[in-house]
Design a protein around this ligand. Structure first.
Ligand code: FMN
Length: 174
């Protein structure tokens, strides 16, 4: 399951998740991305939020997944509110004991703060977060017109991340 920290999947983070999806699909592995802009979740804690239709669908999708790949923009040194709001609807009965992979984009220089913060949240959800991760700084200059990485090393890191998720997930679920 892909979880996007940008409101729309027509964004850099949506693009990263689509790239990962392509790599999983090439190996016959299904990956579905939650589309927050067409299926927004209320702010966790709002009246009636726990019975909201989209929330129940989101939780069902999370429960049925074997692994999660998160991609969040850095907002003021951490994950976006959209990302955190989605994580707030998860609990370890739905996602515990499964595999997590992390990606982050930044307008400025690359750093791992957002990745570290998502790693902590995933741990609190009893997730096994793989060590491979991707932080992409100066995101406006990262993709060509086709949406592919300009820097070949980034494409390689993405391939390694997806590969590690596949290997770790198959070890854990078999
Ligand atoms: C509210 C807000 C806060 C931001 N804070 C940071 C920041 O702390 N560091 C940074 O490098 N970029 C920051 N940015 C830039 C975003 O990280 C950048 O626009 C985003 O990664 C692009 O991804 P997207 O196309 O998926 O939205 C911020 C942008 C917004 C809207």
């Amino acid at each position: 399951m892909g979880i996007c920290g940008s409101y729309s999947i027509k964004s850099a983070n949506g693009n990263l998740l689509e790239m990962a999806k392509k790599l999983f699909n090439e190996d016959g592995i299904q990956m579905d991305i939650w589309d927050y802009s067409s299926s927004p979740l209320p702010i966790a804690g709002a009246d009636g939020c726990w019975n909201d239709d989209n929330v129940l669908k989101f939780q069902e999708m999370a429960k049925s997944a074997d692994a999660y790949i998160l991609s969040s923009p850095e907002y003021h040194g951490t994950m976006s509110g959209v990302m955190k709001n989605q994580l707030d609807y998860l609990n370890f009965n739905l996602v515990g004991g499964k595999v997590w992979g992390l990606m982050s984009t930044l307008g400025g220089q690359s750093n791992t703060t957002t990745l570290n913060h998502m790693r902590i949240s995933a741990r609190w959800l009893h997730g096994h977060v793989i060590p491979e991760q991707l932080a992409i700084g100066r995101i406006k200059e990262a993709f060509n017109d086709n949406g592919d990485f300009i820097d070949g090393m980034m494409a390689e890191r993405m391939e390694k991340l997806v590969e590690s998720m596949k290997i770790t997930t198959s070890k854990l679920i078999n």
